[in-house]
Design a protein around this ligand. Structure first.
Ligand SMILES: NC(=O)c1ccc[n+]([C@@H]2O[C@H](COP(=O)([O-])OP(=O)(O)OC[C@H]3O[C@@H](n4cnc5c(N)ncnc54)[C@H](O)[C@@H]3O)[C@@H](O)[C@H]2O)c1
Ligand SMILES: N[C@H](CO)Cc1c[nH]c[nH+]1
Ligand SMILES: [Zn+2]
Length: 434
């Protein structure tokens, strides 16, 4: 792996890193066709795509019943790990539940009220790897928010992954369908004979899943684009190059379209990280890792100073930002855009991927510039509430009428004026309310 100087990057090289698209743009047309076929042909299309893309002949699309059995049958150690991670994830997300509130603002009683969305669809990936962790990360926050029905789609297989099924049982999924990729997103968004449509589709996935979420977003709400994994490690001379390399390799093993970057102002560290990456690539996923790390969107970058490295991170807007440096809090303070930040040498991204508690479904492709990751709020809608007393309406009456007339909306002004005209001098608020 080469070390590239940030200052020497050409405009094209900068685009490849900072405007990375994980191969999604290339498949927009194909995904539009898949989505349209699911929309018009329903289950027939789902079955054909399962044959074509997953090499699976699907019997029943609905596999909800398999989850309880899987939970009973999986290895006890695995069951404990799922329960342990689920407990931490639930605890963290319970902290996010907002309270309804009402307050008095000079006679205007104002507030905010929260209600869960009724029916949500969660995509749980399962192509190149199995993702029981994503089952927990999508379904648990929805259930904590109070969503009544969480329908899950996960790729079909002759034998579905038992850990994923067991995790769905633990998380409390209500419906589970074996359908993967773009066709799964389309099925949840538009409905088919077997899959009832949902109000919002959430969850992570490869470029096919992510492109489909982008394609349906005008017809069905989505969380955000949570595509092939990414990590940006900001390191100084105190960092352990083996730790930095391990974090890059870990995210790269998800997908050949994943991206992983490290940036530092210390040339010696940069070289040592690059060497540690080279020697650390091994195992069954070596080819995937190599492809991801050799892409123009990945690499070890040498900045001229830590401020330049910080700017690099801000511009990158990573799904995962790892800071392995002496003054990590001060550095984090200067970076606004990141899905999840991991501070210090003992906070590997993988801890957050599985069990620390925060959500691992996070925006990729620079989405962190405008949004955070999946949370309880993703599954809530809010209503503002306003009750004005006669006196408080009187207080703002002139302001409302003046602005309404400035907009040429006289009926708006009149709807206020009629109330204030009919108000008897000295009439109290209680009477007006009756
Ligand atoms: N950003 C996040 O929050 C986050 C979290 C977890 C995982 N991820 C990402 O999720 C992804 C999981 O990917 P995966 O592939 O293992 O599982 P997946 O379930 O996302 O994708 C598998 C599906 O892709 C479809 N597909 C594959 N090749 C296709 C082709 N040539 N044409 C049409 N459809 C095709 C198939 O339908 C298959 O069922 C990884 O990219 C990982 O990095 C992201
Ligand atoms: N790193 C992924 C998010 O990009 C989440 C994950 C699940 N399993 C392992 N990792
Ligand atoms: Zn991961």
């Amino acid at each position: 792996m080469d070390v590239r100087a940030v200052a020497d990057l050409s405009p094209d090289e900068r685009r490849a890193v900072f405007e990375r698209d994980a191969g999604i743009d290339d498949i927009e047309g194909d995904v539009a066709e898949i989505v349209e076929r699911v929309r018009t042909e329903g289950d027939v299309a789902l079955r054909e795509f399962a044959e074509e893309f997953d090499d699976t002949t699907v019997g029943s699309l609905d596999v909800t019943d398999a989850t309880d059995r899987a939970y009973d049958e999986i290895d006890e150690g695995l069951r404990d790990a799922i329960e342990d991670a689920a407990g931490n994830i639930r605890e963290f997300h319970e902290r996010q539940v907002p309270d309804d509130w009402r307050e008095d603002f000079d006679g205007r009683e104002l507030g905010r009220r929260y209600r869960p969305i009724d029916r949500v669809g969660a995509y749980v990936p399962g192509g190149a790897a199995a993702y029981p962790s994503s089952a927990l990360m999508t379904v648990i926050p929805a259930k904590v928010a109070g969503v009544e029905t969480v329908a899950v789609a996960t790729p079909p297989a002759d034998e579905l992954n038992p850990a994923t099924l067991a995790a769905l049982h633990v998380a409390g999924a209500d419906e589970v369908y074996q359908v993967g990729g773009a066709q799964a997103v389309a099925a949840l968004a538009y409905g088919t004979e077997s899959v009832s449509r949902v109000q919002k589709v959430v969850g992570p996935g490869n470029r096919w899943v992510t492109a489909a979420k982008a394609a349906v977003r005008n017809d069905c709400a989505i969380d955000f684009l949570a595509g092939p994994s990414e990590v940006c490690v900001l390191a100084d001379e105190t960092a352990d190059p083996e730790f930095v390399a391990a974090d890059l390799i870990a995210q790269a093993e998800h997908d050949a379209n994943a991206s992983a970057v490290a940036v530092t102002a210390d040339e010696e560290l940069a070289k040592r990280v690059a060497r540690a990456v080279e020697s650390g690539i091994e195992g069954e996923r070596a080819e995937t890792i190599r492809e991801a790390l050799e892409s123009d969107a990945s690499g070890v970058f040498l900045a001229r100073s830590m401020p330049e490295a910080v700017l690099f991170c801000e511009e990158y807007a990573a799904e995962h930002l790892s800071i392995q440096a002496d003054d990590d809090e001060a550095l984090l303070d200067r970076i606004d855009s990141a899905g999840s930040a991991f501070l210090g040498p003992y906070s590997p991204v993988a801890a957050g991927d599985y069990a620390a508690g925060p959500n691992h479904v996070l925006p990729t492709g620079g989405g962190a510039r405008i949004t955070g990751g999946l949370s309880v709020e993703t599954f809530l809608r809010s209503t503002t509430v306003q009750r004005l007393s006669a006196d408080s309406l009187d207080d703002i009456g002139d302001t409302v009428e003046t602005l309404a007339r400035a907009e040429g909306l006289d009926a708006h002004a009149e709807s206020v004026a009629v109330r204030l005209r009919e108000r008897e001098p000295g009439e109290d608020d209680e009477r007006l309310r009756e």
